[in-house]
Design a protein around this ligand. Structure first.
Ligand SMILES: [Zn+2]
Length: 305
């Protein structure tokens, strides 16, 4: 049973509530976007996320007055353009005005993809725009009265966690003036696949151990292929945030001051196949679950003097 099953009722309740408030198309676009991320189609995921934002804005206007979202003089019910919808919503919700520039960027980027296809040179921008604009904006917008929806509850807890991880990684990269790479959404895709797809589990692949109980043997195999550069700076047997396997290998950097800390740099999970490399800056740091204090103590105790 997937680990998020306990939240299924919560999720379904949120979807029903959304449908009642006219936001079904918004949630469906977000869900489609998550599948596109899981399949490595981030540019197309951006198109879906922009669509989710647009229908949400128009659903909001429509509830206030059904003529607000319709183009003036339109005889066939054609709705207003995206940027106009943002302006009209901002007239009623002043905080939305602070997002106007970023939502405009989302729309322009979406247009580039929709009309000319994706561009390898700007791949990181799709991921960044999803993680730092579309997802956080939608979350905040859907929380508004009178609909008071939770985008977070509408997905599984693990997927929402990884979207927040991606947002934090982008923030760290931005602070360091480093470019954002598509890798920031890697764990979002992994969490989506893990939540909904039960095949192929690593142990079912040909040539891989067949017994489900042989997790530790699987870990032994994985240990042999850890990058040599990790050396002894490895924490073993940690909990994987994707599959809850208990054999996660984490490459760490230790910091003694002002307090003893282990900063994750990279990670490998023999059970679900998670692979975060050292080049994926800040992803392991934000994705890997915190180490228990006794693990940190033991690591420092074992350090060569
Ligand atoms: Zn795992």
């Amino acid at each position: 049973m997937p680990i998020w099953m306990g939240h299924l009722a919560e999720r379904e309740g949120e979807w029903e509530k959304a449908a009642g408030h006219g936001f079904l198309a918004c949630l469906e676009s977000v869900e489609a976007a998550l599948w596109l991320i899981a399949g490595g189609r981030q540019a197309q995921a951006l198109v879906q996320f922009q669509s989710a934002v647009e229908v949400a804005l128009k659903a909001f206007l429509n509830r206030i007055d059904p003529t607000l979202a319709v183009e003036a003089g339109s005889t066939d019910g054609r709705t207003i353009k995206f940027k106009k919808a943002v302006g009209k919503v901002a007239d009623r919700l002043p905080w939305v005005a602070g997002w106007t520039g970023r939502l405009g960027d989302l729309f322009d980027l979406r247009n580039e993809v929709a009309h000319r296809g994706s561009n390898g040179a700007t791949e990181g921008r799709y991921a960044e725009c999803i993680a730092t604009v579309a997802f956080p904006f939608l979350g905040e917008f859907l929380r508004q009265k009178p609909h008071e929806l939770s985008l977070e509850n509408a997905m599984t807890p693990d997927i929402r966690r990884e979207l927040q991880v991606a947002d934090k990684v982008c923030e760290k990269l931005c602070q360091g003036s480093l470019p954002v790479g598509p890798y920031v959404l890697y764990t979002v895709g992994l969490a989506t696949r893990y939540a909904w797809v039960d095949w192929p589990r690593p142990e079912h692949r040909p040539g891989v151990l067949s017994s489900r109980n042989d997790d530790f043997e699987l870990a032994e195999q994985a240990r042999k292929y850890l990058p040599a550069a990790w050396g002894d700076e490895v924490v073993e047997n940690h909990l994987c945030a994707i599959c809850c396997g208990v054999n996660l290998f984490v490459h760490v950097r230790h910091v003694a001051e002002p307090e003893r800390r282990l900063i994750p740099l990279a990670a490998r999970c023999p059970k679900c196949g998670l692979e975060i490399d050292d080049e994926d800056r800040y992803l392991a740091e934000h994705h890997v679950r915190p180490f228990p204090p006794e693990v940190v103590d033991r690591y420092f105790k074992d350090l060569p003097r």
